[in-house]
Design a protein around this ligand. Structure first.
Ligand SMILES: Cc1ncc(COP(=O)(O)OP(=O)(O)O)c(N)n1
Ligand SMILES: Cc1ncsc1CCOP(=O)(O)O
Ligand SMILES: [Mg+2]
Length: 220
């Protein structure tokens, strides 16, 4: 599946634990109808067995494939390979990005979480396709997210790195603050609860798209 910085525009991350008891396949279909551009399967601290995780992952993978939305797996390159995912996203405590690249091959999309400029250098050397920077605002979706670093962190990384590696902001983002993340230099926003917990995931995705479009209109 082709990847470009535009793929990061509205990056939806979800696992069964994020859907408030609703069917994750329904939530994903709604989010796609609302305009998401990338999906990450993040089954974390969930009650699913590995067999159930693979079963759900396959269904979500098929839905993405039908809509030409790249499908990324969080943390686990083994699961990504089983699901024939387009890529994997790894954090600083996960499988090193360089190993993820070796396992998944040259065509895979490799994303790396970074907070510090030094981590960005390492991600570039490892051949990352994009970096996720956060948590920008306070979040309930990740217990170990730490103190919010604010959208200024994206600005700092952009200033110190002229390479233009695509950046997505993450953590506590919704339609009221998505604008500040893109203004700080991010290519897009990554969200869990803003879409997965919304009464209408489709409307929530549309609102996020519109919030970022309005910003584009202002700067043209
Ligand atoms: C796009 C994106 N950015 C950051 C993260 C966080 O990754 P990590 O720090 O490894 O934390 P977990 O998601 O594994 O809890 C992400 N998943 N996606
Ligand atoms: C996975 C992750 N990494 C940093 S913050 C976060 C959680 C983002 O979830 P939400 O969009 O609900 O704040
Ligand atoms: Mg991780």
């Amino acid at each position: 599946m082709p990847f470009s910085p535009f793929s990061l525009r509205l990056y939806f991350i979800m696992g069964s634990q994020d859907c408030d008891g609703r069917d994750p396949t329904w939530v994903l279909k709604e989010a796609i109808a609302g305009g998401i551009t990338l999906f990450q399967f993040r089954e974390k601290e969930s009650s699913l067995t590995m067999t159930e995780t693979v079963f759900l992952g396959k269904r979500l993978r098929e839905i993405c494939q039908r809509s030409s939305i790249p499908f990324i797996v969080n943390d686990r390159a083994d699961l990504a390979m089983v699901l024939e995912a387009d890529g994997v996203h790894v954090g600083q405590e996960d499988l090193p990005a360089v190993q993820a690249r070796r396992l998944m091959g040259t065509d895979a999309i490799i994303g790396v979480s970074c907070e510090q400029p030094g981590e960005v250098d390492k991600a570039i050397q490892a051949g990352a396709d994009y970096i996720g920077v956060g948590s920008l605002f306070s979040t309930r979706s990740k217990a170990d997210a730490g103190k919010p670093i604010g959208p200024e962190a994206i600005h700092r990384i952009r200033q110190s790195h002229a390479h233009g590696l695509p950046i997505v902001g993450i953590g506590g983002i919704h339609s009221d603050n998505a604008d500040s993340v893109v203004s700080a230099g991010a290519d897009g926003v990554a969200v869990i609860s803003a879409i997965a917990s919304a009464p209408s995931p489709r409307q929530a995705a549309e609102d996020l798209c519109m919030a970022m479009d309005q910003r584009n209109r202002k700067t043209v």
